[in-house]
Ligand binder design. Structure first.
Ligand SMILES: *[C@@H]1O[C@H](CO)[C@@H](O)[C@H](O)[C@H]1NC(C)=O
Ligand SMILES: *[C@@H]1O[C@H](CO)[C@@H](O)[C@H](O)[C@H]1NC(C)=O
Ligand SMILES: *[C@@H]1O[C@H](CO)[C@@H](O)[C@H](O)[C@H]1NC(C)=O
Ligand SMILES: *[C@@H]1O[C@H](CO)[C@@H](O)[C@H](O)[C@H]1NC(C)=O
Ligand SMILES: *[C@@H]1O[C@H](CO)[C@@H](O)[C@H](O)[C@H]1NC(C)=O
Ligand SMILES: *[C@@H]1O[C@H](CO)[C@@H](O)[C@H](O)[C@H]1NC(C)=O
Ligand SMILES: *[C@@H]1O[C@H](CO)[C@@H](O)[C@H](O)[C@H]1NC(C)=O
Ligand SMILES: *[C@@H]1O[C@H](CO)[C@@H](O)[C@H](O)[C@H]1NC(C)=O
Ligand SMILES: *[C@@H]1O[C@H](CO)[C@@H](O)[C@H](O)[C@H]1NC(C)=O
Ligand SMILES: *[C@@H]1O[C@H](CO)[C@@H](O)[C@H](O)[C@H]1NC(C)=O
Length: 882
């Protein structure tokens, strides 16, 4: 039986011959000839691939050439290499399209470029993750490593790491976009081997034969023969793998037509998880009495069958889940009623590669990258700033929490020769606790933003040339003990807010001395605070836990049960096939769980910090909150940067689309609208009065009210919610967030969050339900719905306010009451607004009034209507269960 080995060390940068193939599109290809002089480019003669210099993608390394005697027969990109004699880790940063599946290939051919004639060994990292150790067999043999990977950021880092066994170098880097649905797997894949079985030439093929530029190695075996055709093999639109026609039009088949076709390989590590992709196409035109059918077995078990490949048409058979074994034996076994033996046209084997270490939070990366270029920081700052831990950028410290993206928590650029202003990008490092910019030549004033950095506890600006005055807030924080502040040694800096003109150094000396004293005091205060704060925090956490447990004792256990892996998310959404909508921080997809339950899967786009924080907040909240009028969290996924919330699927969409639907067909009745209003009010009432501490939703609007198949309303999207403590006041100060039209005017002025802000938004929603108009009509004289309603009410009949599509089918007193409630809710001053308890009672009254009218008219109506009514009477109007 034939043993397949890891073929990737074969010298196949050598290209046998050139066939004429019509030119193919290289769009999306990124082809870097590493070491090629800056701004150079060429079309490689054999492959016609356009290579460009790598100089714009890396700051370090030197350009070298392999020895001329080794260049013959090689593809042109092997001629130059970039070598990295300096630094432990050197990284490429390559812009990509995030979310696209890429084939990423790095190629290495030593060719004695350094004249040492000594084969080096070094590591290759993909961003924060180990990829491979690069080793060589011979001076002229190429080592090629390929992965299939979906970048989550719009860049990738590829790093060469010196492990003390020689100078790292690289010949070429190539990225090729693939189709989304190909190479489905539970993670990133590393190529194990890819074979053109049945090849009759000795050539390996790549682009332009293969549109994705996969490298196919010829493979033959003494017990196999070949069948071939000159016809083109169609991959068709059904096959996303699209293996090259020239690979597919040769197939291997056993010489002994009665024997099964077998091959095996022994994994280099028995824990490796394999994914196998086999490509088949029938090449033989069948006569009436001929047939070919076979089963595919792996280690004696049926993997797939029976298979009868289509004539001149590619069929790909792949393993949807990974296989693990100490020895893989595949056999293709002819069926009894088949007249022809099995065939195999192409074979690809990949292993799962662990790329689970997250990259540093994108905003932190952007900020520190801008800081680096602003100051021209002369340190080996390359690749991911925080990961892997052993290669953190000098001067940075980071926090690592589980699979969350690392965050930068301290930055020390002391004595780094910095000049110019304090860079504004620093303000984007929102988790920063320690900032040391001492002993530089920084000038200009101390920016205000330093006093607003939420986590900053230590700030050292000593011995610079800063001038003007210190922001008052900074001094305040320092006096309050929440910030350790060092500012001495800035001769032109005015330390108190009262002075304006520059004073002589003589006057400043005593001030500086006293500042030194203040710093000492402040440090002591901070130390005291540190001893104290964690204890308080712990108390708060425990309080939250007790609250959660009192309602649902199994919560913490259940929440673990409801965690899904990213591959399960891929499966339940059929690779994100159906988009339901776009939320504030990412796309929402339709999904189906294994038990058939439909779900809405909300993916968090990893590029938004705000989104990330919202995700955390939302998971914490939703696991704690249960109510029939709040969307139910079915589960979540938190796998590296793949974060998803899985909600129950509400088939009737959101209230907004029902109200703005201009067709006259599916008009929501007044009764229906009141029930939705009552449901939503009860959901909010629960958040405000049923939760301890109370929860302010902060983004109540018609698009956040979802409807079940029988039009029960549930409030969605707690992303903006904040718990605020019951002790110490009834408001919390936070960044203004919300949707125009729904935003409490008082909140946007004072920035003080209050349950009454939700009451305002709910009032707007209620007005929309009454009028059928949107919250804001741009260009209208009275743009806001509350202005419009009061102007109509002041000079006319209430019927002019009500949605014309209701055609007068409502109890007028019921509408009057609803308008009154809504207008009270949208009072400009929060004190005049009712609370949600009161709102619920009022809407119950409105509904009862409307139903009593209907009840009378229903007496002669059909039984189903009466039944509907009775369900309404008992369920909808019963007091809150909680
Ligand atoms: C290749 O180089 C030529 C000049 O030699 C330049 O005009 C062209 O834009 C370059 N192409 C790429 C892709 O860089
Ligand atoms: C990559 O993208 C960033 C941001 O979009 C841009 O500033 C940079 O110039 C790009 N780099 C290259 C090599 O195109
Ligand atoms: C593949 O996925 C990316 C990101 O989700 C998307 O932009 C692109 O349109 C998809 N391509 C196809 C062919 O579906
Ligand atoms: C393929 O290579 C082998 C050995 O390298 C050689 O014997 C054989 O003739 C070659 N076949 C073709 C078709 O070039
Ligand atoms: C393919 O074409 C070549 C030359 O055109 C011919 O010699 C060969 O017999 C053809 N093979 C098949 C399988 O048709
Ligand atoms: C199929 O029929 C042809 C004659 O048309 C004959 O020569 C051949 O032997 C038959 N093959 C089989 C497997 O019966
Ligand atoms: C793997 O299995 C094949 C046949 O199934 C056998 O010939 C070979 O010796 C086995 N190798 C190892 C290392 O077990
Ligand atoms: C051959 O046998 C298999 C079962 O062994 C059956 O599924 C298939 O339909 C048969 N094919 C023909 C052409 O009879
Ligand atoms: C980073 O952390 C290490 C160890 O905890 C500490 O010694 C070092 O001072 C810190 N660096 C900065 C800049 O805070
Ligand atoms: C920053 O680094 C310098 C040495 O370069 C060190 O003296 C200083 O203590 C560091 N600052 C902090 C806050 O760790």
């Amino acid at each position: 039986m034939e043993m397949l080995k890891n073929f990737l060390c074969i010298s196949f940068l050598v290209f046998g011959f050139l066939l004429l193939v019509h030119a193919q599109d290289q769009s999306g290809f990124i082809s870097l000839d590493c070491g090629l002089p800056r701004n150079s480019n060429y079309s490689e003669p054999g492959t016609k691939i356009n290579y460009i210099s790598d100089a714009d993608f890396i700051d370090t390394g030197s350009s070298e050439s392999i020895k001329p005697e080794y260049k013959a027969n090689l593809q042109q990109q092997a001629a130059y290499v970039r070598s990295f004699p300096e630094g432990i880790r050197n990284c490429y940063t390559i812009n990509v399209t995030s979310g696209t599946k890429y084939l990423i290939r790095s190629s290495f051919l030593y060719g004695d470029y350094d004249g040492l004639n000594k084969l080096p060994q070094f590591d290759l990292h993909f961003g924060p993750n180990y990829w491979e150790t690069i080793k060589f067999d011979e001076v002229t043999s190429s080592t090629i490593k390929e992965i299939v990977h979906v970048p989550l950021m719009d860049y990738v880092h590829i790093c060469l790491v010196n492990t003390g066994k020689g100078t790292p170098f690289i010949s070429a880097l190539e990225l090729r976009p693939l189709t989304n649905s190909s190479y489905a797997s539970s993670g990133s894949l590393a190529l194990y081997f890819r074979l053109d079985t049945g090849s009759v030439s000795n050539s390996s093929y790549r682009y332009p034969y293969d549109i994705f530029d996969r490298l196919w190695l010829p493979y033959s075996y003494s017990k196999w023969t070949q069948i071939t055709t000159n016809a083109t093999i169609d991959s068709g639109s059904h096959n996303s793998y699209q293996p090259a026609s020239i690979v597919m039009n040769t197939a291997a088949t056993p010489i002994d037509a009665t024997a099964p076709m077998e091959f095996y390989w022994v994994p280099s590590d028995p824990s490796l998880e394999f994914f196998v992709y086999m490509h088949f196409a029938e090449l033989h035109k069948m006569k009436a009495n001929e047939s070919r059918a076979f089963n595919i077995n792996c280690n004696g078990k049926l993997l797939y069958g029976p298979l009868s490949p289509d004539y001149l048409y590619t069929t790909t058979i792949f393993t949807p889940t990974s296989l693990t074994a100490e020895n893989f034996t595949f056999s293709l076994v002819q069926l009894d009623n088949s007249t022809l033996p099995p065939i195999l046209n192409g074979l690809e084997v990949y292993t799962l590669i662990d790329f689970s270490q997250s990259e540093t939070e994108k905003d932190d990366v952007d900020a520190i990258t801008n800081i680096k270029s602003t100051y021209g920081v002369n340190k080996n700052w390359q690749g991911d700033p925080c990961a892997p831990v052993s290669y953190v950028w000098a001067g940075l410290n980071c926090s690592y929490r589980g699979l969350d993206p690392p965050r930068i928590i301290s930055l020390n650029l002391s004595s780094s020769g910095l000049t110019g202003d304090i860079a504004p990008y620093i303000s984007s490092l929102t988790m920063l606790q320690t900032l040391d910019l001492s002993n530089n030549n920084l000038s200009g004033s101390i920016p205000e933003f330093l006093s607003q950095m939420p986590n900053l506890k230590f700030l050292n600006l000593e011995n610079n040339k800063l001038n003007s005055s210190v922001p008052a807030k900074l001094i305040e924080k320092s006096n309050a003990g929440s910030l350790s502040l060092g500012m001495g040694g800035n001769p032109d800096l005015c330390q108190s807010s009262s002075c304006k003109k520059k004073k002589s150094n003589n006057v400043l000396v005593p001030v500086l001395a006293s500042v030194g004293g203040v710093v000492v005091v402040v440090v002591l205060l901070v130390a005291g605070a540190i001893l104290f704060i964690p204890k308080r925090k712990r108390n708060q956490v425990e309080a939250g836990k007790i609250n959660a447990e009192s309602g649902h004792p199994n919560d913490s256990f259940e929440s673990r049960k409801r965690q899904y892996t990213y591959s399960e998310v891929l499966k339940m959404t059929s690779n994100f096939e159906r988009v339901l909508g776009k939320g504030g921080f990412g796309m929402v997809y339709h999904g189906v769980l294994t038990d058939g339950t439909e779900v809405a899967v909300k993916m968090l786009s990893p590029s938004s910090v705000q989104g990330y924080q919202q995700f955390q907040a939302e998971v914490k909240l939703l696991l704690r909150v249960h109510h029939r009028n709040l969307t139910n969290l079915v589960g979540y996924c938190n796998e590296g940067t793949n974060m998803a919330l899985i909600y129950e699927y509400l088939s009737n969409g959101d209230l907004h689309s029902h109200l703005s639907d201009n067709s006259e067909v599916n008009v929501l009745s007044w009764e229906g609208r009141l029930k939705i209003a009552l449901d939503s009010a009860q959901g909010l009432e629960y958040l405000h009065h049923g939760c301890k501490p109370p929860i302010v939703h902060r983004d109540v609007k018609t698009t956040n009210i979802l409807l079940t198949d029988n039009f029960q309303a549930k409030i969605a999207d707690f992303g903006l919610s904040r718990c605020f403590p019951t002790d110490g006041g009834t408001h919390v100060s936070t960044v203004v967030a919300g949707t125009p039209g729904y935003l409490d005017p008082e909140y946007s002025i004072t920035n003080r969050l209050h349950e009454k802000s939700d009451v305002y938004s709910f009032g707007v929603v209620l007005l929309e339900m009454i009028t059928g108009r949107p919250a804001i009509v741009r260009g209208h004289e009275k743009p806001h719905i509350s202005q419009w309603v009061s102007s109509i009410l002041s000079n006319g009949d209430i019927r002019n306010v009500v949605d014309q599509r209701l055609r007068g089918d409502y109890e007028v007193n019921s509408v009057w009451k609803a308008v009154e409630v809504a207008m009270a809710c949208v009072s400009p001053t929060s004190a005049k607004r009712p609370n949600m308890n009161q709102v619920v009672t009022e809407i119950q009254d409105c509904l009862a009034t409307e139903l009593s009218r209907k009840n009378e008219s229903l007496v002669t109506d059909s039984a189903t209507s009466i039944e509907t009514f009775s369900i309404t009477g008992t369920t909808e109007l019963s007091p809150l269960a909680r």
